[in-house]
Design a protein around this ligand. Structure first.
Ligand SMILES: [Zn+2]
Length: 138
């Protein structure tokens, strides 16, 4: 389930004649998922990423219900994380261009315009220094 959401849980206690007031609601990962009873339904509230096993115990007979494992995922945070990783990747990618000391253009082809010993520079730096793309090779 997504973080900060509410979900009804289908949990059964066998025998189901157990007095509902004797039931204890157990969440093994209480900081991630809290369990409440609302109008006869068992409701899970998720607070943070994590895993929790949800079950019910009959306080009198110690009969345990089926166990439901809930995994809480912070979709927003994960999407952000992914985005961040992607932007790191793309910012690492450097495009090199060639500039000559006398010209005002940057080139993708170092043999363009008969340049003599052109300097290989980061395109961003060339742009920042006022160089514009060559019309022949860009
Ligand atoms: Zn060029």
């Amino acid at each position: 389930m997504d973080i900060n959401s509410i979900q009804a849980i289908d949990i059964k206690v066998i025998p189901n004649r157990a007095n509902i007031d004797d039931l204890k609601y157990i969440s093994t990962g209480e900081d991630a998922v809290k369990i409440n009873r609302e109008e006869g339904k068992i409701i899970a509230n998720s607070f943070k990423e994590g895993k929790s096993d949800i079950y019910v115990i009959d306080g009198k007979s110690n009969v345990k219900s089926n166990v439901i494992t809930i995994k809480v995922i912070d979709k927003k945070a994960q999407a952000l994380k992914k985005k961040k990783q992607q932007s790191i990747k793309s910012s690492k990618k450097i495009t090199y261009v060639y500039i000559s000391r006398t010209g005002s253009k940057y080139h993708s082809n170092k043999y363009c315009s008969h340049m003599r010993k052109p300097d290989k520079v980061d395109m961003k730096k060339a742009k920042a220094a006022g160089y514009t793309p060559c019309k022949k090779c860009y």
